[in-house]
Design a protein around this ligand. Structure first.
Ligand code: ADP
Ligand code: GLC
Length: 477
């Protein structure tokens, strides 16, 4: 079976969140099971300079009003790539989602190029059986397949975050190379707009999202307006949990750490603490429990609940370390918290991959208080690194953490802490529970051990995707 993944991020070249991690790890995991997966991404400068470009796969004289484009063949380690090389759209600074003026045409171009490869194949005659798009940036791909001529590959859309939908004015229809009849509820129209994600969810053969619980939530109150459509398509929707790439997120061989460790050598985790405290401007206090968060600062991530608990944490003798960027208001509030509690609260308001690794290896408690969390990867990385996740019961967090309770502590299944209501008070209660368990080192170690033993590998999810592809009946021309 041949599959073309399509998306806007690819670790380590372009990453703003978990999508980048998944786009790097999942296709490789499916390849390891024998399927021919390749990946189409925009030729952003950081990707282009990081991979080996092999030659031209297709030439497109003009694409989406952005001038001439080419699809290049390239190779990343263990992953064949296609790069959409269209200088006007992609060869410039500003990150994948900068330049809002041409956001719609830019990602329509990516979706169109994917549909083109799906229909026509590349210069060597390779043509995918399945086009698999990720998030709103690729939502028009099933539309271009549905409205175009020629062979029709199967289409799959994965929702990594339903809050981002790609909505644009209906006047852009022809600019986006969509036929007039596409602007209906059966096509790309959503409340009068063109909605990229809605188009994909309406027109793709199969839909997935990144956890079973989120698959249920988006058919109910968590659907950001798309719940009706998703309920209607319930039979075609699957929730498949993400995994951890053990080549990257593994404390036994992580080159970022000052001291590598594993379950057999837990004491070797300790030197990472003072190192991280120094990096974050925290006192090198060997006793203080370190609470950490590594996150986009977005309202859905619930970091405001952490802000509500800063004084509480400090009054209990804990330290707080926050690595995050995003909402300027939240950044300002964390900066102030650090000024208020020098040495007890440390903030790093940047995106820094190495610092994230340091945080997982040093934290005692890893905070993920999200209001919504489709899957979440940081609570998985935390478990792999022996930091106990403290999460809200939502989406993939509910599916991947077993909250400590008298029962789960007694039967040894607990892997972290969980709270229900999205309030500062409820988070505070969970923090108290974590602080209480911290006083009992042997109970703490048992929870830590259980988390480190949990596999969260990519092989199971990769099989689930292959099974899903196999359920799509072949289509004619
Ligand atoms: P989301 O994709 O919604 O941001 P995930 O938990 O799936 O959430 O993935 C977040 C990814 O981004 C993780 O790999 C995490 O380590 C990383 N990350 C988030 N913020 C930062 C930051 N400021 N610096 C470094 N890595 C970050
Ligand atoms: C999104 C979600 C996150 C998920 C990631 C990868 O960014 O917000 O929960 O882990 O995609 O699927």
């Amino acid at each position: 079976m041949s599959i073309l993944f399509v998306g806007s991020e690819l670790f380590p070249y372009v990453k703003t969140g978990g999508l980048g991690d998944v786009m790097a790890a999942l296709p490789r995991a499916i390849r390891a099971l024998g399927a021919d997966v390749r990946l189409l991404v925009p030729a952003f400068p950081s990707i282009r300079s990081g991979v080996d470009v092999l030659g031209e796969a297709a030439v497109l004289p003009e694409l989406m009003g952005g001038g001439p484009a080419r699809i290049l063949r390239a190779n990343a380690p263990e992953l064949p790539l296609y790069l959409l090389d269209q200088p006007a759209f992609f060869d410039r600074p500003g990150g994948p989602y900068g330049h809002p003026g041409d956001l719609a045409r830019r990602f329509a171009a990516l979706a169109w190029a994917a549909a083109h490869l799906g229909r026509m194949g590349d210069a060597d005659g390779w043509r995918p059986d399945v086009l698999h798009g990720h998030d709103w940036q690729t939502g028009l791909m099933p539309a271009y397949v549905a409205y175009g001529d020629g062979p029709r590959p199967a289409t799959v859309m994965t929702i990594h975050n339903i809050a981002f939908q790609g909505r644009f004015p209906p006047s852009m229809l022809s600019e986006l190379w969509l036929p007039r009849h596409a602007l209906t509820p059966e096509g790309v129209e959503f409340h009068g707009d063109i909605c990229f994600l809605k188009a994909g969810l309406k027109l793709a053969d199969r839909l997935t999202t990144v956890s079973p619980t989120y698959a249920r939530e988006i058919q109910q109150a968590g659907g950001h307006g798309l719940e009706g459509l998703l309920t209607h398509r319930n039979d075609s929707l699957r929730g498949i949990i993400n995994g951890v790439d053990r080549d990257i997120w593994n404390p036994a061989k992580d080159p970022n750490l000052v001291s590598r460790y594993d379950l057999k050598h837990p004491a070797r985790r300790m030197p990472n603490r003072p190192d991280f405290q120094r990096r974050m401007g925290l006192h090198e206090d060997p006793e203080a429990p370190i609470f950490a968060a590594v996150s986009r600062l977005d309202p859905l991530k619930g970091l405001d609940l952490v802000l509500d608990n800063v004084d509480h944490l400090v009054s209990k003798g804990a330290q707080l370390a926050v690595l995050g960027t995003g909402d300027p208001h939240a950044e300002g509030a964390f900066r102030q918290a650090a000024q208020r509690h020098p040495g007890r609260v440390g903030v790093f308001l940047r995106y820094d991959e190495a610092m994230a690794h340091h945080a997982f290896a040093a934290a005692d408690v890893f905070l993920v208080p999200s209001r919504q969390e489709p899957c979440g990867l940081t609570q998985l990385y935390a478990q792999a690194y022996g930091a106990l996740p403290l999460v809200r019961r939502t989406g993939g967090l509910a599916d991947t953490v077993v909250g400590a309770s008298p029962e789960t502590l007694a039967d040894g299944t607990a892997t972290g802490f969980m709270f229900d209501t999205a309030s500062g008070w409820a988070l505070g209660e969970a923090i108290n529970m974590a602080l209480a368990l911290f006083q009992d080192p042997s109970a703490w170690r048992q929870v830590q051990r259980r988390g480190m033993l949990t596999e969260f590998g990519w092989e199971g999810p990769a099989r689930a995707y292959l099974d899903l592809y196999a359920t799509i009946p072949a289509k004619g021309v």
